[in-house]
Design a protein around this ligand. Sequence first.
Ligand code: BGC
Length: 404
Amino acid sequence: MSRVLLVVVCLSVMFFLASTTSAYMIDDVLLVPKAAYSPEIDGVMESIWYSASSEIVVVLDAGGEVPPEDYLDLFGTIRLMWDDDNLYVFFHAVDEELRTDSANTYENDGWEIYFDGNNSKTDQNYDGEDDVQLRIEYDDVAAADMDAGYGSSVSWNYSTAGIVFAIEDWFAEAGDGMGWDLEVAFPLEDLKIPAEVGTWFGFDVQMNDNDTGGRNNMYRWWGSDNIAWVYANLFGTVELSGYVADDPMQIPQTTEAPVIDAVLDNAWLTNSFGIAQGKYVVRNGTTVPDGFAEILDWWDLQVELYTMWDADAFYFFGQVIDDEISNTSGNAWENDSFELYFDGDNSKNDFTAGVPYDANDKQWRWVWDVTGTPGSGTDEYAWGSLDIDYDGYAFELKIPAADF
Ligand code: BGC
């Protein structure tokens, strides 16, 4: 990115033990956290969602699908959580032209959601047992407006009636039609998905984009063929994890200290959980949508974070997708960097009332690729590269407990 961005992470030093924990995606299985309480289904992302990963939905059809013109034409992310009753999905769509005027519902702006309840992924067919393609268009208002499809197979008496959703066209505030958010609760029982830690099911989503009266573009989370509506074997896989999404955020206790080398090793994969940035804060301090124009493209900045603790230390791992990395500004805080904020007793002094940081409030900064940055004092850290196919960097950090 040509602009300078800071990745700011606010953490209160309140360590919570989560019982079963795991990372967010291992061996191509997306791990989904269990929600400590149900989010309000209103299309607005409340803080419990900050403990879920944000999956980018950018897979194009291998068969010559036209890519969107740019970020504002089409981009999407999904976050998932579950509880004993529902699978919750938060869909975030960037789209500067919102249209639903095609007679074919799959050509209108909307999300398609694919489920295979028992993950059987029948080769080249829906199995007629628990495979379904669902669709919510931008102008749908109730479950009855949704479509349900079974490919070339038959209905298994699935009903969308129990689905609750809400659409928030909040980008309208920033200008006409910048995109929309969709929050949905899918009853798990209706989908024949057991609400138990360790359950796997087949899953995909597709975004359809109508710009000129028909479908101009589409993006999928997993599959790269426009035939997932018939072939269940093209779906991805989701696991219901025991990591608890909550507010306050849960920092798992690890049984194994990670090696500080900017590689996401087994200690992380088995003990922690990947979560996403909660909010974009742009240079002028405003949040999206007001600062929307400052985000140049989705690869400008996407962040995934892991945290853990043990008796010796607090551990942090950050993976950043960022197409332009720089550390040349004279102001450290204007460089690509991580800042971590701690309030040891969670007293959260009110700065608006003029109360400054107290003795256990800290702001520590690590500037990308700079060694010897004054962090906490005796911390250890390493910068590295991403192990996914995007430009960016990885950062691993250990802050000894004594530094707090
Ligand atoms: C596909 C269309 C198909 C439709 C059927 C969509 O996801 O992209 O090609 O006709 O599903 O519901």
